[in-house]
Design a protein around this ligand. Structure first.
Ligand SMILES: Nc1ncnc2c1ncn2[C@@H]1O[C@H](COP(=O)(O)OP(=O)(O)OP(=O)(O)O)[C@@H](O)[C@H]1O
Length: 215
């Protein structure tokens, strides 16, 4: 049954503090002076118009871009560990390998990102139960997004960076994403989520960040 409640799993407690963060893309300063702190179980909900820099902020946190100014400080991470090894970045691109079956796709990502719950369990959770044998290239856009979400489940990591996680999903998919996020936060995870759509996250510990239109 999709959305069945998973087994409790405690994630390592990680904290993130951003101070005076600024980002430039090309000639434009997208944002500056951003401050926020996130503790285990908290979600940073990032909103703002197209082009405001939501994806850019996620990429800064992922370490894929360098800030124009300011600092991002992680706590709870060994000094010589890479924060990236503790994160999942779910971006617009789902990096589907069309010839792999759904279970092969998840086995591949488990080999890359680390072991965890069974692929069949994860597929069930995202509403793809029974399709493990299907080639991923045959999935619809919403189903591809669901497969990408299953990758978060099969390799537990304490930090989730989610860029429009409900894009292409139906109403049941929106609820599934909210349930996944609630479970992740309930296990002490951190999440940063850029979205244009409201997420049904009643009771979640949410830090809200609205980016303005770029100058
Ligand atoms: N490599 C780049 N060089 C120059 N400008 C860039 C580059 N990448 C992105 N930008 C610009 O940075 C701005 C912010 O992009 P970003 O994707 O962060 O916005 P966003 O808030 O996520 O937008 P959306 O809601 O449309 O997803 C955009 O105007 C974009 O054109």
């Amino acid at each position: 049954m999709p959305n069945a409640h998973p087994k409790p799993l405690q994630l390592p407690p990680i904290r993130l503090a951003a101070a005076g963060l600024a980002a430039r893309r090309g000639e434009r300063l997208l944002f500056s002076g951003l401050d926020f702190t996130l503790a285990p179980g908290q979600l940073l909900l990032i909103t703002g118009p197209n082009g405001a820099g939501k994806t850019t902020l996620l990429r800064l946190v992922a370490g894929a871009l360098t800030p124009e100014d300011g600092t991002l400080v992680w706590q709870g991470i060994d000094e010589d560990a890479r924060p990236q090894a503790l994160m999942h970045l779910l971006s617009h691109r789902t990096a589907i390998k069309p010839r792999l079956t759904l279970s092969e796709d998840l086995a591949f990502w488990q080999a890359v990102n680390g072991p965890g719950p069974d692929a069949f369990e994860a597929l069930d959770r995202v509403g793809l139960g029974g399709l493990d044998w299907l080639e991923a290239g045959l999935l619809s856009a919403g189903q591809q997004r669901r497969l990408a979400l299953a990758r978060l489940i099969v390799s537990p990591r304490p930090v989730w960076l989610l860029d429009e996680p409900t894009a292409a999903l139906d109403a049941e998919g929106d609820a599934m994403v909210a349930a996944l996020l609630a479970d992740h936060l309930g296990q002490g995870g951190l999440a940063l989520c850029a979205t244009h759509l409201p997420l049904a996250l009643e009771g979640a510990d949410i830090v809200r960040l609205r980016l303005g239109a770029p100058r």
